[in-house]
Write a protein that binds this ligand. Structure first.
Ligand SMILES: Cc1cc2nc3c(=O)[nH]c(=O)nc-3n(C[C@H](O)[C@H](O)[C@H](O)COP(=O)(O)OP(=O)(O)OC[C@H]3O[C@@H](n4cnc5c(N)ncnc54)[C@H](O)[C@@H]3O)c2cc1C
Length: 338
């Protein structure tokens, strides 16, 4: 049984920043994530993509943001429990008992749920036996864009992820095919315009109203067979396939924890981001309240406020005093600043 001031469920950007906000108040935390690494959506879905709306960082990527967040919490020597899902939460007096899929057990006064969209899984094309290609050249996200240099890449989808990668990879790939089941796109208009310009300049091939019918090849996909609404078939020779059919949002075990939910998100009060259960907080994409925006910067604010309440629960005999990081010697000590 690990005793700690707080358990953070989710090592996405908001969970990582929650570690910092707790740390400067002198609280320790253990972080659990069912992925194999920290970073949440930033690392899993768009590590190479530029982000422009992190305050005071004109540009960063999903990966560099995660690296910086990890660097910022280094002084706290936080323990991460990766590849483990938090399965159950039970009450013990004023504390909570948290248990993971690997049977790690924590006792804590505070749980911060920073679970994003829950355990997320990519939606896969409805083609039998495609799992065999997933180890080779069928992907649902881009981990390293260099892997597609000089390749013939078939990209499925009509949303931001698909179109952003069409634009980005068209700079270095040998050929890009974009296949979408409609002739309207769900991406931002300027992204659609950029993609159409590439098509007009014959830098990409666009197939609208087409869907994947089959993938041909033994271990690797060699040909993608697509079919349109009129049952016309086309065969595309490819080196790699990227399928962006969206994610399945699965809250997983969180639905069983007795928390008030609204459309797969957890209802919180905006004073301290506590849920209907005392000592259980929800921050980042997983929480909801009037006016909620699913932005990283909003999650950072939510984590800061939740941490104040965690302090009061973890150290009921100590007086909470608000302090700036610029001038607090206590905070400097905790950050290892001399
Ligand atoms: C393509 C794309 C581009 C984006 N661009 C921007 C942008 O420019 N600016 C911006 O502000 N936002 C952007 N976002 C949104 C941003 O990524 C999210 O708001 C942010 O990741 C939310 O962070 P989070 O920490 O709340 O959750 P997440 O990043 O989703 O992390 C949640 C983590 O919790 C884990 N988890 C869930 N349930 C459990 C459980 N039971 N046990 C253990 N672990 C669990 C998951 O594995 C996951 O790692 C973008 C999103 C996408 C998809």
């Amino acid at each position: 049984m690990i005793k700690t001031d707080a358990v953070i469920i989710g090592a996405g950007p908001v969970g990582l920043f929650a570690v910092f906000e707790l740390g400067i108040l002198g609280l320790n935390a253990h972080v659990v994530d069912n992925l194999d690494k920290a970073g949440g959506q930033c690392i899993e879905l768009y590590p190479d993509k530029p982000i422009y709306d992190i305050p005071a960082l004109p540009i960063c990527t999903g990966e560099s943001l995660t690296k910086n967040l990890l660097e910022q919490i280094k002084p706290f020597k936080t323990t991460f429990h990766l590849n483990q899902r938090v399965d159950s939460i039970t009450k013990k007096d004023k504390h909570w008992i948290v248990e993971t899929s690997d049977k790690t057990v924590f006792e804590t006064p505070n749980i911060i749920i920073a679970g994003g969209v829950g355990s997320f899984e990519p939606r896969k094309p409805p083609i039998k036996g495609i799992e065999r290609f997933e180890q080779h050249n069928l992907f649902y996200s881009v981990k390293n864009k260099k892997n597609f240099d000089n390749q013939k890449v078939c990209i499925f989808g009509g949303g931001d992820s698909a179109l952003d990668w069409v634009i980005e990879l068209s700079k270095t790939a040998k050929k890009i095919f974009l296949v979408h089941r409609r002739d309207e796109f769900r991406a931002a208009q300027h992204t659609v315009n950029q993609m159409m310009k590439l098509k007009d300049e014959a830098k990409i091939e666009l197939y609208t109203n087409y869907q994947p019918k089959n993938f041909a090849g033994e271990a690797k996909i060699e040909k993608v067979i697509i079919e349109n609404n009129k049952k016309e078939i086309k065969e595309l020779e490819v080196d790699s396939v990227l399928a962006f059919f969206g994610l399945k949002m699965e809250l997983g075990p969180i639905v069983n924890w007795g928390l008030n939910l609204d459309n797969k998100t957890i209802i919180v009060n905006t004073e301290n981001f506590e849920t209907n259960e005392k000592g259980i907080f929800a921050v980042g994409d997983i929480c909801t309240y009037p006016g909620k925006l699913k932005l990283i910067l909003c999650g950072f604010h939510e984590a800061a406020l939740a941490a104040q309440e965690c302090f009061k629960r973890a150290k009921p005999d100590e007086k909470y005093i608000f302090r700036f990081t610029t001038s607090s010697s206590d905070i400097h000590k905790r950050l290892g600043i001399k």
